[in-house]
Design a protein around this ligand. Structure first.
Ligand SMILES: NC(=O)c1ccc[n+]([C@@H]2O[C@H](COP(=O)([O-])OP(=O)(O)OC[C@H]3O[C@@H](n4cnc5c(N)ncnc54)[C@H](OP(=O)(O)O)[C@@H]3O)[C@@H](O)[C@H]2O)c1
Length: 235
């Protein structure tokens, strides 16, 4: 089994790398970091430095990896050192909006462009993007966080679109959006105050949830949006 985790240096990404190492001793694991190579030293992990928003970086990575069974994009941003998600449309800043699109949407489309052939197989393969419930238009009851929300809605549309195109190009590939729930990582740290402890998950728990989901889904499930508890979220 050959696995690629994008954003393997992040909270959820690192938990996925560790869980695959522990649970799939035969797996070849490729993982990426953008800024700092993770301390986790294990000869079974091939680390690559990658900015997933860079088409050139993604193309070079694709050239370095022959084929894959599973690609999980666990990269993304919610806030920057000088900018938090908007409470109101009045806080809108076009640069921050573009940064959200570049970090939360462009990587998945770049990856689909350069890894479609890697995931074309007679066996079942998986192309997964970590999305967020906040990106569901139907589920939007409270508004706010307009840049992140729009970027995850756009990511969801990208996943649905890729799933339709790949029904012919890579018919055994299951293309999904996955919502991890609020998870205790750098991304959610500033927003955890009002989250009940039972609703704040560890990255390890979420990694288990995603692997359990992948054990149950098939290519016929392609184009769906699943939550950590395997319930389906409306687009
Ligand atoms: N944590 C939550 O509560 C939560 C809830 C819903 C959805 N999610 C989604 O889950 C995913 C993972 O989040 P997390 O909680 O694990 O956050 P995290 O700990 O902040 O990790 C995010 C990772 O994304 C990487 N990254 C960002 N932009 C990148 C780019 N252009 N190219 C390559 N890597 C890039 C970061 O790399 P650097 O560290 O090098 O910048 C980091 O490794 C995100 O898509 C997030 O939106 C998280």
């Amino acid at each position: 089994m050959k696995i690629l985790i994008i954003g393997g240096s992040g909270g959820i990404g690192a938990a996925l790398v560790k869980l695959y190492l522990a649970s799939k001793p035969e797996a070849i694991i490729h993982a990426t970091y953008r800024a700092h190579k993770p301390i986790l030293e294990n000869t079974r992990v091939n680390w690559f430095k990658l900015d997933a928003a860079s088409e050139q970086d993604v193309r070079s990575l694709a050239d370095s990896i022959p084929s894959l069974d599973i690609l999980i994009n666990a990269a993304g941003i919610l806030h920057l050192p000088n900018r938090k998600p908007e409470k109101s449309v009045n806080d809108f800043n076009p640069d921050f909006f573009h940064h959200n699109l570049n970090s939360n949407v462009v990587p998945t489309i770049n990856l689909a462009k350069y890894f479609a052939s890697h995931l074309k197989s007679k066996q079942n393969t998986y192309f997964i993007a970590l999305s967020a419930r906040i990106g569901s238009i139907e589920d939007n009851k409270i508004g706010g966080w307009i840049s992140y929300r729009c970027s995850k809605a756009a990511l969801n549309m990208a996943i649905k679109t890729i799933s339709i195109e790949w029904k012919h190009k890579a018919p055994n590939c299951c293309v999904l959006a996955f919502q991890p729930g609020t998870t205790d990582t750098r991304l959610s740290k500033p927003f955890q105050k009002n989250v009940p402890s039972t609703k704040l998950f560890t990255p390890d728990y979420v990694a288990h949830c995603l692997l359990d989901l992948l054990d149950t889904v098939k290519p016929t499930d392609s184009g769906r949006f699943f939550s950590y508890d395997r319930t389906e979220i409306p687009w």
